[in-house]
Design a protein around this ligand. Structure first.
Ligand SMILES: *Cc1c(COP(=O)(O)O)cnc(C)c1O
Length: 395
């Protein structure tokens, strides 16, 4: 673990800046070259080696935010996840993974690992004991994701990290949902932190990127695979990401605040059955969340009351958009049963609590009252339709 001497807002604004020595401009210049002079020390600079000036500098910002020695930028969150897992697993190895993961990660494991002869076990639950019973003699890695998607379940980061250490296993976490503003897994003993930078790090729904943060020793292993798989990011987008990350803390704190207020509003609404948000005292793991998160994040889920149509609800929303992705400054919603969990059977969805009335809500930075009014008017329209259908049936 390595801590910067600067506060988090200063890290976002200044760490990883490239000084514009020539023109004294206020922001980092972009170096778009894919060809660099081979210097006598033998440094080979090439974008796919993840060592162009913009890549190297932005990595410093991400490492400082995650309290790690180093970091690396990837072309997507999936490039970061797939490269990292493949770096620590080979034929005959086994990985223990948390039972609910981002759909893309889950598909990657299920579809690709069998081709490499890598074994995997999805845990039955989220308790440390669920991870412990899944460990085998050939286990090498434990992979977690907390808060989980879409029900915001919390995994005990320190508990899992301690378990892994006692067995000599490597731990990896997908920290996308929390962002480094709300959660620093390395402080609790996790080895490797991954991000889909497409989400909070980018924050404006216009950048596809990924990142990994860890020790120099682990990064060397990851880099050796990364250069072969080639999942690097264009320097223009690296520069865009640096620009976006200057306001990371401001954005995420505004999203935390809005999400908490909206979670409370929905929780007290008679037409909403369940609200899933780790910052609500009624969340079964509120205490655990409080012990490992600095803020509770901008993601929440809620289930409309029985008989209310979630698809119609989304169509009725005027300000809040329906969207496949998340974490932008604009508020968005989606139906997990139609999107991320569409490939599961109804029974499988029921088993994990993803009903067809569940809405995942990525809370943005809009004025709270406007979001509440939008939710309110959409709910009342869906209720009206429900009453009309009931009248039709009885008449
Ligand atoms: C979106 C997402 C990913 C994948 O990121 P891409 O940038 O789309 O490749 C991985 N993990 C989580 C938790 C995500 O939300």
């Amino acid at each position: 673990m390595s801590k910067s001497k600067y506060g988090i807002n200063t890290i976002c604004t200044h760490i990883g800046e490239i000084k514009d020595e020539q023109f004294k401009g206020a922001v980092s210049p972009i170096y778009m070259s894919t060809s660099y002079q081979f210097d006598n020390v033998g440094v080979k600079r090439y974008p796919r080696y993840f060592n162009t000036p913009n890549q190297e500098h932005l990595s410093k910002k991400i490492a400082a935010l995650e309290h790690t020695e180093t970091a690396m930028i990837f072309g997507s969150g999936m490039a970061a996840v797939s490269t990292t897992l493949l770096a620590f697993l080979k034929t005959g190895d086994h990985i223990v993974v948390q039972n609910t993961l981002y759909g893309g990660t889950s598909n990657f494991i299920k579809e690709e690992f069998p081709k490499y002869g890598i074994e995997f076990t999805f845990t039955d639950g989220y308790e440390v004991t669920d991870f412990e019973v899944a460990i085998k003699p050939n286990t090498k890695v434990i992979h977690i994701e907390t808060p989980s998607n879409p029900l915001l379940t919390i995994t005990d980061i320190k508990g899992v990290a301690d378990l892994a250490k006692s067995k000599g296993l490597i731990t990896t976490i997908d920290n996308t949902f929390a962002s480094p503003v709300n959660q620093n897994p390395v402080d609790f003993g996790i080895d490797i932190v991954m991000h889909s930078a497409t989400k909070y790090l980018g924050g404006h729904s216009d950048i596809l990127a990924g990142a990994v943060a860890c020790s120099n020793a682990h990064m060397e292993i990851i880099w050796n695979v990364a250069k072969n798989l080639g999942g690097s990011l264009s320097d223009f987008t690296v520069w865009m990401l640096e620009r976006s990350m200057k306001t990371l803390v401001l954005r995420v704190k505004a999203q935390n605040k809005n999400a908490k207020k909206l979670a409370k509003f929905l929780d007290g609404h008679k037409d909403v059955k369940n609200v899933y948000y780790p910052g609500l005292k009624s969340h079964p793991q509120y205490e655990l969340a409080k012990s490992q998160m600095k803020g509770f994040g901008g993601m929440l889920s809620f289930e409309l009351a029985e008989g209310l149509d979630a698809m119609q609800f989304q169509k009725e929303l005027k300000l809040i958009k329906s969207s496949m992705s998340l974490a932008g400054v604009e508020s968005t919603v989606l139906s997990p049963h139609k999107t991320s969990h569409a490939l599961l059977t109804q029974e499988e969805r029921d088993a994990i609590g993803v009903s067809d009335r569940l809405i995942r809500f990525s809370v943005g930075i809009e004025s709270k009252q406007d979001l509440i009014s939008d939710l309110e008017q959409a709910i009342s329209k869906v209720k009206k339709s429900k009453l009309q259908t009931q009248e039709l049936k009885t008449s």
